[in-house]
Design a protein around this ligand. Structure first.
Ligand SMILES: CC(C)(COP(=O)(O)OP(=O)(O)OC[C@H]1O[C@@H](n2cnc3c(N)ncnc32)[C@H](O)[C@@H]1OP(=O)(O)O)[C@@H](O)C(=O)NCCC(=O)NCCS
Length: 164
């Protein structure tokens, strides 16, 4: 797996997101909300802002043919000792259930552990199949959170936490 170094990779991340979101979210949120969120979170300028200004670190999963098949992003949480937040984790639909999501998370845990024991939290939609994936990997539900993301749209999430 490679770390993102320049904005050409953000084009790749954007493409993977646009291929992955419809299958993951079409039964959960409206098409309008999906379009709104994709543009808000995956415009190249937004991805650059996340990396450059918000300190998000991106990891790309590359297969044996040098093709990008998934990505993740995470950052440290300010003023909390070795505590982190997972912002994104997406694997192309035809590459799911092959261990890639777990590998991406393990790459993040390895980064966290460079500073000793730590923890990582995330938000997942309460109706997303990924909830069971995170539970299987040892994440625990901390609380529910309904987040107003503008334009009348909400994210209806669980906040989950895992020690690493
Ligand atoms: C959720 C996601 C990242 C998981 O990645 P993945 O590569 O498909 O999962 P893995 O193959 O690494 O699975 C790891 C383990 O979790 C299990 N698992 C995977 N998806 C699961 C699910 N939906 N429910 C229950 N278990 C699941 C696997 O069987 C595997 O178990 P094993 O270690 O005993 O073999 C991926 O399916 C995805 O991108 N989904 C759509 C987007 C999404 O919802 N992302 C999360 C946003 S918060």
């Amino acid at each position: 797996m490679n770390c993102i170094l320049d904005s050409r990779d953000f084009e790749t991340i954007r493409e993977i997101a646009f291929k992955t979101w419809p299958e993951a979210y079409s039964n959960i949120i409206t098409q309008q909300q999906m379009n709104y969120m994709l543009e808000k979170m995956y415009a190249i300028t937004s991805l650059q802002h996340q990396q450059g200004n918000l300190g998000h670190r991106f990891i790309l999963a590359i297969d044996e043919n040098n093709t990008a098949i998934g990505f993740a992003s995470f950052s440290t949480v300010e003023n909390q000792s070795n505590h982190h937040r997972l912002h994104k984790l997406y694997v192309l639909p035809n590459q799911q259930q092959k261990g890639i999501g777990k590998l991406l998370l393990e790459a993040i845990y390895a980064e966290i552990k460079k500073n000793g024991n730590g923890s990582i939290e995330l938000n997942v939609n309460r109706y997303n199949n990924a909830l069971a994936f995170y539970q299987k990997l040892g994440y625990e539900i901390l609380k529910e959170e309904d987040i107003d993301i503008g334009e009348g749209f909400f994210m209806n999430d669980f906040v989950m936490l895992k020690d690493v």
